[in-house]
Design a protein around this ligand. Structure first.
Ligand code: 3H9
Length: 694
């Protein structure tokens, strides 16, 4: 018998325990082990019922996601026939009670639903999160869940992929009983009660639904999950459950599951699932590296960034001192924070009490009083080296020894900032993304002398404050903004060469970006880039083409949303309206600069912008400012609205094929000149037939 699954006995009750740490995934050996246990249970006359339970921290968290890559790359054959095993469990003549703690996700919930009964501790969660991996349930989840929870709820759970808590699952009929106290003992008692009674089979229940639910779900998923295959496939599969007999519904599901599994979208999303976990692993910083306590924080600057950063700490229950240089700015900052919290409360994300608790954790100040006792300071003042160095010089005198001194700079050298202190080992970059209370990405910038404990602490802290922390090196713009430069440069060039502002944004939005590059500039503030460009103007190579339009817009005071106008005009609800005046001005500026005008396709827009990201990403990787291509991918997925179903820019390039990408970059170099010189790493990998990932 497999070591992964064991059958033990407690009187007339067989206990089937799944032991496949850390999450009891259905890796090879687990389904086989369950199969053997069911055979033994059936054959053993002394056993009258069974309990199936997971050892360790959870029930079964789903299929083993690592196996999917092996299946699609042909390394493994199609995996075990899990569906027949579930039928075998359901047809077992003795009642099988599934005992759930932790998470019964994906194949785990499918397994649980094949049992005759389900009991759970109140803290457990159940769900079909497959769509988050670009697939749909593949072992009758779309068929059994609507039969238990009703079509509308089953549909919602399969399409959104969000889990429900055990108590709600109980109300919905997914779970039969909530167990207080010891789960196994409660499940065994439940199983004893079930002996001799007819065991209910979920697949024999009815899942009739009405037509309008599906039409509405399709429409809503089209908007919410733009371009994504899996949510639409999940709707088709649940609709099949509502119209067809169980076996035929399973056939529909199996076909759709295969289509999704072999799609590039699921490969991209699975890459993101593992990527999010991989980036937490820093090769030279072991798990035993000390973690410094961060129980109090100070933030300098109560502007858009500083305020958002303070909210992150308050949300995690960490008290924050929020410093500004004058009362009016401080008041403004606090009122923005309150407004943000109130908006969240209106959306039901927080209760009014939680809002007050969070506000109470943010203590406004105009002085450095109290800074001597905080564990960490995050500087979020204007982007300018002289000012940053002045602040760090002051902090060096005030902060306690060992306090982490972090800068939220988005482009400036952490080493130079650290040089203003006598303790560069305590200095690090923590680059939040706007809006800082919403965006998941946190670039953690490693200075030459940043201490390993300081880095490790910031990586851990990122999780605590709900961020995805990616460790990056200290180059101009780090990973995200350094790549964003060429990306937005191309967007501007395209406008200057004849594409409309709206056409550029639409092409990239339709391709999957959360926003177009020009609208993103308006959101972030065009003046931010303008200020930075002025700071670095001395580094520009003479004779190399530079975008014209954005600096001109800034000179006119058109900074984007915050001034009501940038690339677009904005109404009082900050809705973008195309501005014919901008279009006319750009045409004039282009004519003055002698830039020929032409028709530009959406395909060219996407290619130029996305390959500009990839080419710069390749340079960053080669220069060692990103540890792995997956780090770059996670920066873009979690910080720049890059579609997760494309896996990130480097993964996308791998999917296209580096030889193809290299060929196009060379073509662009021939057409547009040295800004498109292929990165040496891209050239080398393309010629060797390799990928960034490998
Ligand atoms: C499915 O079931 C399809 C079926 O319908 C088809 C049937 C035929 N496989 O997240 P953590 C690893 S699709 C492989 O840090 P937490 C994870 O990589 C699946 N590995 O812990 C990590 O490894 P490492 C549907 C998995 O406590 C370690 O376990 N199920 C899997 O924060 C710890 O994970 C899902 O989509 C897996 N299924 O969160 C559930 N799950 O230490 C996906 C985890 O080397 N999983 N690992 O970095 C999760 O949502 C979370 O991991 C979970 C635990 C909530 C379970």
């Amino acid at each position: 018998m497999s070591d992964l699954v064991k059958l033990t006995r407690e009187g007339a009750i067989g206990i089937i325990t799944i032991h496949n740490p850390p999450v009891n995934a259905l890796s090879p050996g687990v389904p086989e082990g369950i199969d053997e246990c069911i055979d033994e249970l059936t054959a053993d006359d002394s056993l009258k019922a069974a309990v199936m339970i997971g050892s360790g921290r959870t029930f079964v968290a789903g299929a083993d996601i690592k196996e999917f890559g092996k299946i699609t790359s042909g390394q493994t054959k199609r995996g075990v026939a899990f569906l027949p095993l579930l039928l075998k469990i359901e047809d077992c003549p003795k009642p099988v009670v599934m005992a759930i703690h932790g998470t019964a996700f994906g194949g785990g919930l499918e397994l649980a639903m094949a049992g005759h009964y389900r009991v759970a501790v109140a803290s457990a969660q159940v769900g079909q999160p497959e769509v988050k991996l670009g697939i749909i349930p593949g072992a009758a989840g779309t068929q059994r869940l609507p039969r238990l929870a009703g079509v509308a709820k089953g549909l919602e759970m399969c399409v959104d992929g969000n889990p429900v808590k055990a108590t709600q699952a109980h109300e919905l009929g997914i779970v039969d009983a909530i167990i207080d106290g010891d789960l196994l003992a409660g499940a065994v008692a439940f199983a004893r009660e079930a002996i001799g009674k007819p065991a209910p089979k979920t697949r024999q229940r009815n899942a009739a639904g009405n037509e309008s639910v599906f039409a509405a779900a399709r429409e809503s998923a089209r908007k919410k999950y733009r371009n994504m295959l899996a949510p639409q496939a999940a709707i088709d599969a649940v609709e099949a459950a509502s119209k067809l007999p169980f076996d035929q519904g399973c056939e529909v599901e199996a076909r759709l599951f295969q289509q999704c599994l072999f799609s590039d979208q699921s490969k991209g999303m699975i890459h993101v699932f593992f990527g999010e976990r991989e980036i937490a692993k820093v090769p030279d910083i072991g798990k035993d590296t000390p973690v410094l306590p961060v129980n109090s924080v100070a933030v300098i600057g109560a502007g858009t960034m500083g305020g958002g950063i303070a909210m992150n700490f308050a949300n995690a229950g960490i008290p924050v001192l929020l410093k500004e240089s004058d009362q009016a700015a401080l008041d403004r900052g606090l009122s923005v924070i309150r407004k943000n919290y109130d908006t969240s409360a209106k959306k039901g994300r927080f209760t009014p009490e939680q809002v007050e608790q969070r506000m109470a954790l943010i203590r406004p100040t105009l002085t450095y009083d109290g800074f001597e006792s905080v564990d960490m300071v995050v500087e979020a003042v204007f982007e300018g080296m002289a000012l940053k160095k002045q602040v760090f010089g002051e902090l060096d005198k005030i902060a306690k020894p060992g306090a982490i001194l972090a800068s939220n700079t988005s482009t400036l050298s952490i080493d130079e900032i650290a040089s203003a202190t006598s303790r560069p080992e305590s200095v690090i970059g923590t680059h939040f993304f706007s809006p800082a209370n919403v965006m998941k990405l946190l670039e953690i910038v490693r200075g030459r002398q940043s201490g390993k404990d300081v880095i490790h602490t910031c990586m851990q802290l990122s999780k605590k404050i709900g961020k995805v922390g990616v460790l990056v090196g200290n180059c101009r713009g780090f990973v995200g903004n350094r790549m964003f430069g060429p990306y937005r440069r191309e967007a501007q060039f395209l406008v200057e060469e004849g594409a409309s502002v709206e056409a550029v944004d639409k092409a990239l939005y339709d391709w999957g970006m959360a926003m177009g590059p020009l609208a993103t500039g308006d959101l972030a503030g065009l003046d931010v880039g303008w200020r930075i460009r002025k700071e670095y103007a001395h580094l520009e190579k003479p004779g190399i083409r530079q975008p014209i339009a954005e600096d001109r817009l800034c000179e006119m005071g058109r900074y984007g949303q915050k001034t009501g106008a940038g690339w677009y005009e904005y109404d009082e609800n900050r809705r973008a309206v195309p501005d014919p005046e901008v279009a006319a001005m750009v045409r004039q500026w282009a004519a003055d600069a002698g830039i020929p005008q032409r028709e530009i396709t959406a395909e060219e827009i996407v290619e130029r912008c996305v390959y500009a990201l990839v080419n710069e990403g390749a340079r960053i990787l080669e220069e060692g400012f990103a540890m792995r291509s997956v780090d770059i991918d996670m920066v873009y997925v979690f910080g720049y609205g890059f579609p997760a179903y494309r896996g990130g820019p480097m993964f996308y390039a791998d999917t296209v094929g580096l030889n193809e990408v290299y060929g196009r970059v060379r073509g662009l170099e021939a057409q547009h000149g040295e800004l498109w010189e292929p990165a040496p790493l891209l050239k080398r990998l393309a010629e060797e037939g390799k990928t960034f990932r490998a």
